[in-house]
Ligand binder design. Structure first.
Ligand code: C5P
Length: 236
C-alpha cells in the first residue's frame, strides 16, 4: 500500500509527502499536455525518459556547483527530492529564438541569441503565467535583490553547462525553463530538466527532440525523447 500523501498533482508530475521530514517524492507520470492543458495524452514510457534525463542533469549540475533538490531515484520514475518552498517563477533561458519569443518580438525562428537572454514568467494558472520583470519580482517579495542576482547567475551557469554538454551530444540547446525554491537561506534548483521543459534541436538534421514534437504533431514523441536519452548515454 502506498502510504505517501499526495501534496500536489501537476500536469505531468505528482508530488508526495513521505514519512521522512524534509523529503518529498516526485513521480514523473506518462501524461503529456500542451497549450495550457488543451491538448492531453498519455504516452507509456514518457515519464521514465523525463525522470532519467532530469536525474542525470540534476546530478551533473550538482557536481558543477549548482545546489539542486535531487536526493536519489527510488525507481525509474520516482525521484526523492529535498522539500523546498517554491518561488513562483518560470525562469527561461534562450540561446536561439523559437516559440513565444518569436511571436512577441521581431526575432526570426532559429536566430542565434548571443549573449543568451533570461526571461521570467509569473507561474500562476489563474493569471495565465504573465511575463514579470525584476521590479515586480522585488515588489511582490518573490526574491530579494541578492536572490535575484543569485537566480540570474545560477541560470546563466546552468545554461552554459547544459549547452556545452548538449553540443557534445550533437544537440543544440535552444531554450529551457527552470524553477527554483528555498530551503533555509539557500536557493536550490527544483522541478525538472527534461524534454518537456527544454527545446532541443538535432544539430545535423534540425529536427525537434522535445515537447514541440507533441505540441505541433511533428512525429513520434517517444522516439524523439528516446533519441535524447541515447545521445546523452553515447556522450558519457
Ligand atoms: O513557450 P516558450 O517559447 O515561452 O517556452 C520556452 C521554453 O520554456 C520551452 O523550452 C518550453 O518547453 C519551456 N516552458 C515550460 N513550461 C512552461 C512554459 C515554457 O517548460 N510553462
Amino acid at each position: 500500500m502506498n502510504e505517501d500523501q499526495l501534496l500536489y498533482e501537476g500536469k505531468a508530475k505528482s508530488v508526495f509527502r513521505t514519512s521522512v521530514p524534509g523529503e518529498l517524492k516526485v513521480i514523473f507520470r506518462d501524461d503529456i499536455t500542451a497549450f495550457n492543458g488543451e491538448k492531453k495524452d498519455t504516452l507509456a514510457g514518457k515519464g521514465e525518459y523525463n525522470a532519467r534525463v532530469s536525474a542525470f542533469f540534476f546530478q551533473y549540475l550538482e557536481k558543477n556547483g549548482i545546489p539542486t533538490h535531487f536526493i536519489r531515484m527510488e525507481d525509474e520514475r520516482t525521484m526523492v527530492v529535498k522539500e523546498l518552498t517554491m518561488i513562483p517563477l518560470e525562469v527561461i533561458a534562450r540561446n536561439v529564438a523559437a516559440g513565444s519569443i518569436v511571436k512577441k518580438f521581431p526575432f526570426t525562428e532559429g536566430q542565434l541569441i548571443e549573449p543568451p537572454v533570461i526571461v521570467t514568467d509569473y507561474k500562476s494558472d489563474e493569471h495565465g503565467d504573465p511575463s514579470i520583470n525584476d521590479d515586480l519580482i522585488l515588489a511582490l517579495g518573490f526574491l530579494s535583490a541578492d536572490g535575484l542576482r543569485d537566480v540570474r547567475e545560477m541560470t546563466l551557469k546552468i545554461n552554459k553547462l547544459l549547452k556545452d554538454f548538449f553540443a557534445e551530444a550533437g544537440i543544440q540547446l535552444v531554450d529551457f525553463k527552470i524553477e527554483f525554491g528555498r530551503s533555509g537561506d539557500t536557493i536550490y534548483l527544483g522541478d525538472e530538466i527534461s524534454m518537456d521543459s527544454m527545446r532541443l534541436w538535432d544539430e545535423k538534421t534540425g529536427e525537434s527532440l522535445d515537447k514541440d514534437v507533441y505540441r505541433f504533431g511533428k512525429g513520434d514523441v517517444l522516439s524523439a525523447y528516446g533519441k535524447v536519452v541515447d545521445k546523452i548515454l553515447q556522450t558519457l
